[in-house]
Design a protein around this ligand. Structure first.
Ligand SMILES: NC(=O)c1ccc[n+]([C@@H]2O[C@H](COP(=O)([O-])OP(=O)(O)OC[C@H]3O[C@@H](n4cnc5c(N)ncnc54)[C@H](O)[C@@H]3O)[C@@H](O)[C@H]2O)c1
Length: 379
Protein backbone atom coordinates (compact mmCIF):
# COMPACT_ATOMS: atom_id res chain seq x y z
CA UNK A 1 0.00 0.00 0.00
CA UNK A 2 1.42 3.42 -0.94
CA UNK A 3 0.80 6.01 1.72
CA UNK A 4 -0.64 9.39 0.79
CA UNK A 5 2.01 12.15 0.87
CA UNK A 6 1.93 15.60 2.43
CA UNK A 7 4.63 17.82 0.96
CA UNK A 8 6.78 19.63 3.49
CA UNK A 9 9.33 22.39 3.63
CA UNK A 10 11.77 22.63 6.53
CA UNK A 11 12.79 26.11 7.64
CA UNK A 12 15.76 25.87 10.00
CA UNK A 13 17.96 22.91 9.08
CA UNK A 14 19.72 22.49 12.44
CA UNK A 15 19.42 19.90 15.21
CA UNK A 16 15.63 19.58 15.11
CA UNK A 17 15.26 19.99 11.35
CA UNK A 18 17.41 16.88 10.91
CA UNK A 19 15.40 14.94 13.51
CA UNK A 20 12.20 15.57 11.54
CA UNK A 21 13.79 14.55 8.25
CA UNK A 22 15.12 11.35 9.81
CA UNK A 23 11.64 10.51 11.15
CA UNK A 24 10.16 11.16 7.69
CA UNK A 25 12.75 8.79 6.21
CA UNK A 26 11.50 5.88 8.30
CA UNK A 27 7.77 6.39 7.84
CA UNK A 28 7.53 2.72 6.83
CA UNK A 29 8.13 2.03 10.55
CA UNK A 30 4.52 2.90 11.26
CA UNK A 31 1.97 0.26 10.34
CA UNK A 32 -1.02 2.62 10.57
CA UNK A 33 -2.27 4.18 7.35
CA UNK A 34 -1.10 7.73 8.01
CA UNK A 35 -0.08 10.15 5.23
CA UNK A 36 3.71 10.38 4.96
CA UNK A 37 5.65 13.66 5.01
CA UNK A 38 7.74 14.24 1.90
CA UNK A 39 10.56 16.78 2.23
CA UNK A 40 10.32 18.96 -0.88
CA UNK A 41 12.05 22.17 0.22
CA UNK A 42 14.65 23.28 2.75
CA UNK A 43 15.71 26.72 3.91
CA UNK A 44 18.63 27.74 6.10
CA UNK A 45 21.05 30.65 5.98
CA UNK A 46 23.87 28.11 6.23
CA UNK A 47 24.36 26.24 2.92
CA UNK A 48 26.19 23.38 4.68
CA UNK A 49 23.15 22.79 6.88
CA UNK A 50 20.94 22.53 3.77
CA UNK A 51 23.40 20.25 1.99
CA UNK A 52 22.81 17.36 4.43
CA UNK A 53 19.15 17.31 3.34
CA UNK A 54 20.04 17.50 -0.36
CA UNK A 55 22.55 14.64 0.08
CA UNK A 56 20.11 12.39 1.93
CA UNK A 57 16.71 13.13 0.36
CA UNK A 58 16.25 12.95 -3.39
CA UNK A 59 12.77 14.47 -2.94
CA UNK A 60 14.29 17.92 -2.14
CA UNK A 61 13.52 20.21 -5.09
CA UNK A 62 14.12 23.59 -3.47
CA UNK A 63 17.08 24.64 -1.34
CA UNK A 64 17.32 28.32 -0.45
CA UNK A 65 18.66 30.80 2.10
CA UNK A 66 15.47 32.85 1.69
CA UNK A 67 12.55 30.96 3.26
CA UNK A 68 9.98 33.26 1.61
CA UNK A 69 10.82 31.59 -1.72
CA UNK A 70 9.26 28.37 -0.38
CA UNK A 71 6.04 29.97 0.77
CA UNK A 72 4.53 30.64 -2.67
CA UNK A 73 5.28 27.15 -3.99
CA UNK A 74 2.07 25.30 -4.79
CA UNK A 75 3.73 21.93 -4.29
CA UNK A 76 4.43 22.65 -0.61
CA UNK A 77 1.51 21.95 1.73
CA UNK A 78 3.07 22.30 5.17
CA UNK A 79 6.15 23.57 6.98
CA UNK A 80 8.22 22.43 9.94
CA UNK A 81 9.93 25.52 11.34
CA UNK A 82 12.81 25.07 13.81
CA UNK A 83 14.64 28.39 14.03
CA UNK A 84 15.98 30.47 16.96
CA UNK A 85 13.30 32.03 19.17
CA UNK A 86 13.72 35.65 18.00
CA UNK A 87 12.61 34.52 14.50
CA UNK A 88 9.47 32.60 15.50
CA UNK A 89 7.07 35.55 15.27
CA UNK A 90 8.01 36.74 11.78
CA UNK A 91 8.54 33.35 10.15
CA UNK A 92 5.54 31.56 11.72
CA UNK A 93 3.25 34.47 10.71
CA UNK A 94 4.61 34.43 7.14
CA UNK A 95 4.02 30.66 6.92
CA UNK A 96 0.45 30.92 8.25
CA UNK A 97 -0.39 33.90 6.01
CA UNK A 98 0.86 31.87 3.03
CA UNK A 99 -1.80 29.25 3.89
CA UNK A 100 0.69 26.49 4.78
CA UNK A 101 0.07 24.15 7.72
CA UNK A 102 2.71 24.54 10.45
CA UNK A 103 4.42 22.48 13.09
CA UNK A 104 6.37 25.15 14.96
CA UNK A 105 8.83 24.87 17.77
CA UNK A 106 8.62 26.10 21.33
CA UNK A 107 8.40 28.58 22.93
CA UNK A 108 6.21 29.61 19.98
CA UNK A 109 7.28 33.26 20.03
CA UNK A 110 10.16 34.74 22.02
CA UNK A 111 7.73 36.39 24.47
CA UNK A 112 4.01 36.88 25.15
CA UNK A 113 3.75 39.74 22.65
CA UNK A 114 5.24 37.63 19.85
CA UNK A 115 2.97 34.71 20.78
CA UNK A 116 -0.02 37.06 20.68
CA UNK A 117 0.86 38.16 17.14
CA UNK A 118 1.19 34.50 16.03
CA UNK A 119 -2.21 33.74 17.63
CA UNK A 120 -3.78 36.63 15.67
CA UNK A 121 -2.44 35.17 12.40
CA UNK A 122 -3.83 31.73 13.34
CA UNK A 123 -7.25 33.23 14.05
CA UNK A 124 -7.20 34.95 10.64
CA UNK A 125 -6.45 31.60 8.93
CA UNK A 126 -8.75 28.95 10.37
CA UNK A 127 -8.06 26.74 7.33
CA UNK A 128 -4.44 26.28 8.43
CA UNK A 129 -3.59 23.61 11.01
CA UNK A 130 -0.98 24.77 13.50
CA UNK A 131 0.64 22.84 16.33
CA UNK A 132 3.78 23.09 18.47
CA UNK A 133 6.31 20.32 18.95
CA UNK A 134 6.61 18.26 22.18
CA UNK A 135 7.66 14.63 21.93
CA UNK A 136 8.16 13.22 25.45
CA UNK A 137 4.49 12.45 26.22
CA UNK A 138 4.63 9.85 23.41
CA UNK A 139 6.80 7.46 25.45
CA UNK A 140 4.47 4.48 25.99
CA UNK A 141 4.99 4.54 29.78
CA UNK A 142 3.96 8.23 29.80
CA UNK A 143 0.92 7.39 27.68
CA UNK A 144 0.02 4.86 30.40
CA UNK A 145 0.26 7.63 33.00
CA UNK A 146 -2.00 9.83 30.83
CA UNK A 147 -4.52 6.96 30.60
CA UNK A 148 -4.53 6.68 34.39
CA UNK A 149 -5.18 10.42 34.77
CA UNK A 150 -8.05 10.24 32.28
CA UNK A 151 -9.52 7.22 34.05
CA UNK A 152 -9.44 9.10 37.38
CA UNK A 153 -7.31 6.37 39.00
CA UNK A 154 -5.56 8.78 41.37
CA UNK A 155 -8.72 9.87 43.22
CA UNK A 156 -8.28 13.28 44.82
CA UNK A 157 -4.96 14.66 43.62
CA UNK A 158 -2.49 15.58 46.36
CA UNK A 159 0.21 17.11 44.18
CA UNK A 160 1.77 16.98 40.67
CA UNK A 161 5.40 17.55 39.64
CA UNK A 162 6.59 18.03 36.09
CA UNK A 163 10.25 18.54 35.22
CA UNK A 164 12.72 18.79 32.36
CA UNK A 165 16.33 18.86 33.50
CA UNK A 166 19.64 18.97 31.62
CA UNK A 167 23.21 18.94 32.84
CA UNK A 168 25.11 20.03 29.73
CA UNK A 169 25.67 23.53 31.15
CA UNK A 170 27.43 22.09 34.22
CA UNK A 171 30.49 22.42 31.99
CA UNK A 172 31.27 26.08 32.72
CA UNK A 173 33.78 26.11 29.84
CA UNK A 174 31.08 25.25 27.28
CA UNK A 175 31.09 28.15 24.80
CA UNK A 176 28.01 30.36 24.76
CA UNK A 177 25.51 29.83 21.90
CA UNK A 178 22.22 31.49 20.87
CA UNK A 179 20.28 29.48 23.47
CA UNK A 180 22.14 31.40 26.22
CA UNK A 181 21.62 34.97 24.94
CA UNK A 182 18.74 37.26 25.91
CA UNK A 183 18.33 38.79 22.44
CA UNK A 184 17.92 35.45 20.59
CA UNK A 185 16.66 32.98 23.22
CA UNK A 186 14.59 35.52 25.15
CA UNK A 187 13.97 36.62 28.71
CA UNK A 188 12.34 33.31 29.68
CA UNK A 189 15.75 31.60 29.48
CA UNK A 190 15.49 27.93 30.48
CA UNK A 191 11.68 28.22 30.76
CA UNK A 192 11.42 29.20 27.08
CA UNK A 193 13.60 26.29 26.08
CA UNK A 194 12.17 23.59 28.30
CA UNK A 195 8.84 24.89 29.64
CA UNK A 196 6.35 23.71 27.00
CA UNK A 197 7.77 20.20 27.34
CA UNK A 198 6.72 20.21 31.01
CA UNK A 199 3.34 21.82 30.35
CA UNK A 200 1.96 19.73 27.46
CA UNK A 201 0.49 16.90 29.57
CA UNK A 202 -0.73 19.00 32.53
CA UNK A 203 -2.41 21.56 30.26
CA UNK A 204 -4.01 18.80 28.15
CA UNK A 205 -5.36 17.20 31.31
CA UNK A 206 -7.18 20.47 31.93
CA UNK A 207 -4.93 21.41 34.87
CA UNK A 208 -4.98 25.19 34.68
CA UNK A 209 -2.40 27.15 36.72
CA UNK A 210 -4.22 29.86 38.73
CA UNK A 211 -1.07 31.57 40.00
CA UNK A 212 2.69 31.12 40.24
CA UNK A 213 5.51 31.69 42.70
CA UNK A 214 8.82 31.42 40.86
CA UNK A 215 12.48 31.10 41.78
CA UNK A 216 14.77 31.67 38.80
CA UNK A 217 18.55 31.28 39.01
CA UNK A 218 21.36 32.55 36.83
CA UNK A 219 24.16 30.39 38.17
CA UNK A 220 26.83 30.60 35.46
CA UNK A 221 26.95 34.32 34.67
CA UNK A 222 29.72 34.26 32.05
CA UNK A 223 30.98 31.84 29.45
CA UNK A 224 33.71 31.64 26.83
CA UNK A 225 32.57 32.90 23.43
CA UNK A 226 34.65 30.31 21.55
CA UNK A 227 36.94 33.04 20.21
CA UNK A 228 39.19 33.45 23.25
CA UNK A 229 36.99 35.92 25.16
CA UNK A 230 34.69 35.57 28.16
CA UNK A 231 31.25 37.15 27.71
CA UNK A 232 28.19 37.64 29.95
CA UNK A 233 25.69 34.74 30.04
CA UNK A 234 22.50 36.48 31.12
CA UNK A 235 19.76 33.89 30.64
CA UNK A 236 18.09 32.00 33.51
CA UNK A 237 19.74 28.61 34.01
CA UNK A 238 17.20 27.04 36.34
CA UNK A 239 13.55 27.69 37.21
CA UNK A 240 11.27 26.31 39.91
CA UNK A 241 7.62 27.30 39.57
CA UNK A 242 5.05 26.54 42.26
CA UNK A 243 1.42 26.92 41.18
CA UNK A 244 -2.09 26.39 42.49
CA UNK A 245 -3.77 24.34 39.80
CA UNK A 246 -7.49 23.96 39.20
CA UNK A 247 -8.60 20.49 38.17
CA UNK A 248 -11.53 19.91 35.79
CA UNK A 249 -13.76 19.07 38.79
CA UNK A 250 -12.95 22.43 40.40
CA UNK A 251 -10.62 21.07 43.10
CA UNK A 252 -7.30 22.80 43.62
CA UNK A 253 -3.91 21.15 44.14
CA UNK A 254 -0.28 22.34 44.20
CA UNK A 255 1.88 21.71 41.17
CA UNK A 256 5.62 22.19 40.70
CA UNK A 257 7.24 22.86 37.32
CA UNK A 258 11.02 22.53 37.15
CA UNK A 259 13.11 23.50 34.10
CA UNK A 260 16.85 23.26 34.65
CA UNK A 261 19.97 23.45 32.56
CA UNK A 262 22.17 22.85 35.58
CA UNK A 263 20.83 19.66 37.08
CA UNK A 264 23.68 17.43 38.26
CA UNK A 265 23.39 13.98 36.72
CA UNK A 266 20.49 14.73 34.35
CA UNK A 267 21.33 14.16 30.70
CA UNK A 268 17.92 14.87 29.19
CA UNK A 269 15.62 14.02 32.07
CA UNK A 270 11.90 14.60 31.47
CA UNK A 271 9.60 13.41 34.22
CA UNK A 272 6.03 13.60 35.39
CA UNK A 273 4.81 12.55 38.84
CA UNK A 274 1.19 12.45 40.00
CA UNK A 275 0.38 11.81 43.66
CA UNK A 276 -3.21 11.02 44.67
CA UNK A 277 -5.22 9.70 47.60
CA UNK A 278 -6.12 6.48 45.77
CA UNK A 279 -2.93 5.95 43.75
CA UNK A 280 0.28 7.65 42.65
CA UNK A 281 2.35 7.14 39.50
CA UNK A 282 5.48 8.48 37.81
CA UNK A 283 7.40 8.34 34.55
CA UNK A 284 10.96 9.48 33.83
CA UNK A 285 13.06 9.27 30.67
CA UNK A 286 15.87 8.09 33.01
CA UNK A 287 14.01 4.76 33.14
CA UNK A 288 12.21 5.04 29.81
CA UNK A 289 10.42 1.70 29.74
CA UNK A 290 9.07 1.90 33.26
CA UNK A 291 5.68 2.91 34.54
CA UNK A 292 5.90 3.24 38.33
CA UNK A 293 2.74 3.23 40.41
CA UNK A 294 1.60 2.56 43.94
CA UNK A 295 -0.52 -0.30 45.20
CA UNK A 296 -2.09 -0.17 48.62
CA UNK A 297 -1.26 -2.92 51.09
CA UNK A 298 -3.70 -2.18 53.86
CA UNK A 299 -2.74 1.24 55.13
CA UNK A 300 0.67 1.21 53.44
CA UNK A 301 1.52 1.95 49.81
CA UNK A 302 4.09 0.01 47.78
CA UNK A 303 5.82 1.38 44.69
CA UNK A 304 5.58 -1.08 41.79
CA UNK A 305 7.50 -0.91 38.51
CA UNK A 306 6.22 -2.43 35.30
CA UNK A 307 8.24 -2.44 32.10
CA UNK A 308 5.73 -1.23 29.53
CA UNK A 309 7.85 -2.12 26.49
CA UNK A 310 7.32 -0.87 22.94
CA UNK A 311 3.57 -0.18 22.88
CA UNK A 312 3.29 3.24 21.28
CA UNK A 313 0.14 5.25 20.57
CA UNK A 314 0.58 4.74 16.81
CA UNK A 315 1.35 1.07 16.04
CA UNK A 316 4.71 0.23 14.45
CA UNK A 317 6.63 -2.78 13.15
CA UNK A 318 8.67 -3.03 16.40
CA UNK A 319 7.87 -5.92 18.71
CA UNK A 320 6.24 -5.07 22.03
CA UNK A 321 9.14 -6.43 24.11
CA UNK A 322 11.72 -4.03 22.65
CA UNK A 323 12.88 -0.67 24.05
CA UNK A 324 11.47 2.73 23.10
CA UNK A 325 13.73 5.82 22.82
CA UNK A 326 13.97 9.53 21.97
CA UNK A 327 13.86 9.12 18.18
CA UNK A 328 10.81 6.88 18.54
CA UNK A 329 9.06 9.65 20.49
CA UNK A 330 9.89 12.08 17.66
CA UNK A 331 8.40 9.65 15.13
CA UNK A 332 5.25 9.26 17.23
CA UNK A 333 4.89 13.04 17.58
CA UNK A 334 5.19 13.40 13.82
CA UNK A 335 2.66 10.61 13.37
CA UNK A 336 0.32 12.52 15.68
CA UNK A 337 0.78 15.74 13.71
CA UNK A 338 0.18 13.99 10.38
CA UNK A 339 -3.03 12.49 11.84
CA UNK A 340 -4.15 15.94 12.99
CA UNK A 341 -3.42 17.33 9.52
CA UNK A 342 -5.47 14.57 7.93
CA UNK A 343 -8.41 14.58 10.33
CA UNK A 344 -7.53 11.16 11.82
CA UNK A 345 -8.55 10.98 15.50
CA UNK A 346 -5.83 10.14 18.01
CA UNK A 347 -5.89 9.89 21.80
CA UNK A 348 -3.16 12.49 22.42
CA UNK A 349 -2.36 15.28 19.96
CA UNK A 350 0.46 17.81 19.67
CA UNK A 351 0.55 21.08 21.66
CA UNK A 352 -2.20 23.42 20.44
CA UNK A 353 -1.76 27.17 19.84
CA UNK A 354 -4.06 27.84 22.82
CA UNK A 355 -1.76 25.76 25.02
CA UNK A 356 1.23 27.85 23.88
CA UNK A 357 -0.77 30.96 24.86
CA UNK A 358 -1.27 29.56 28.37
CA UNK A 359 2.42 28.67 28.50
CA UNK A 360 3.32 32.30 27.77
CA UNK A 361 0.93 33.50 30.47
CA UNK A 362 2.55 31.16 32.99
CA UNK A 363 6.12 32.05 32.04
CA UNK A 364 5.46 35.79 31.88
CA UNK A 365 3.85 35.59 35.33
CA UNK A 366 6.87 33.59 36.55
CA UNK A 367 9.24 36.38 35.43
CA UNK A 368 7.15 38.91 37.37
CA UNK A 369 6.96 36.66 40.42
CA UNK A 370 10.72 36.20 40.48
CA UNK A 371 11.27 39.94 40.11
CA UNK A 372 8.83 40.98 42.82
CA UNK A 373 9.22 38.01 45.15
CA UNK A 374 5.42 37.63 45.14
CA UNK A 375 2.78 35.12 44.09
CA UNK A 376 1.38 36.30 40.72
CA UNK A 377 -2.17 35.54 39.59
CA UNK A 378 -2.57 34.15 36.06
CA UNK A 379 -5.51 35.79 34.27
N1 LIG B 1 11.42 19.61 20.47
C1 LIG B 1 12.61 19.54 20.99
O1 LIG B 1 12.95 18.60 21.70
C2 LIG B 1 13.62 20.62 20.72
C3 LIG B 1 14.98 20.40 20.99
C4 LIG B 1 15.89 21.42 20.68
C5 LIG B 1 15.43 22.63 20.17
N2 LIG B 1 14.10 22.81 19.95
C6 LIG B 1 13.59 24.10 19.37
O2 LIG B 1 13.81 24.06 17.97
C7 LIG B 1 14.13 25.36 17.48
C8 LIG B 1 15.49 25.30 16.80
O3 LIG B 1 16.42 24.74 17.70
P1 LIG B 1 17.65 23.85 17.18
O4 LIG B 1 18.20 23.19 18.39
O5 LIG B 1 17.25 23.04 16.01
O6 LIG B 1 18.64 25.04 16.75
P2 LIG B 1 19.86 25.00 15.75
O7 LIG B 1 20.68 26.19 16.08
O8 LIG B 1 20.50 23.65 15.72
O9 LIG B 1 19.15 25.21 14.33
C9 LIG B 1 18.53 26.42 13.95
C10 LIG B 1 18.80 26.63 12.47
O10 LIG B 1 18.06 27.77 12.03
C11 LIG B 1 18.86 28.38 11.02
N3 LIG B 1 18.39 29.74 10.76
C12 LIG B 1 18.69 30.88 11.43
N4 LIG B 1 18.09 31.93 10.83
C13 LIG B 1 17.40 31.43 9.77
C14 LIG B 1 16.56 32.02 8.76
N5 LIG B 1 16.33 33.34 8.73
N6 LIG B 1 16.04 31.21 7.81
C15 LIG B 1 16.27 29.88 7.80
N7 LIG B 1 17.05 29.27 8.75
C16 LIG B 1 17.59 30.05 9.71
C17 LIG B 1 20.27 28.31 11.58
O11 LIG B 1 21.25 28.52 10.58
C18 LIG B 1 20.28 26.90 12.15
O12 LIG B 1 20.76 25.95 11.21
C19 LIG B 1 14.07 26.29 18.70
O13 LIG B 1 12.80 26.87 18.77
C20 LIG B 1 14.29 25.35 19.87
O14 LIG B 1 13.72 25.81 21.09
C21 LIG B 1 13.20 21.82 20.18
Amino acid sequence: MTKKKIRFAIIGCGLMGREFASAAARWCHMTADIPAPEIVGVSDLNPNARQWFCDNFDTVKYSTADYTELLDKEDIDAVYCAVPHNLHEKIYIDIINAGKHLLGEKPFGIDAEANHAIMDAIKAHPEVIVRCSSEFPYYPACQKLIEWIREGKFGKIIEVRSAFCHSSDMDTQKPINWKRTLSINGEYGCMGDLGIHTEHVPFRMGWKPLNVFAKLSNIVTERPDGKGNVVPCETWDNAILLCDVKDVDGSIFPMMYETKRLSPGSTNEWRLEVYGLEASAKFSTNDPGAFCYTQSLGKEQAWCRVNVGYKPMIPTITGGIFEFGFTDSILQMWGAFMCELSGIEIPFGCVTPEETELSHKLQTAALLSNKTGRLVTIE
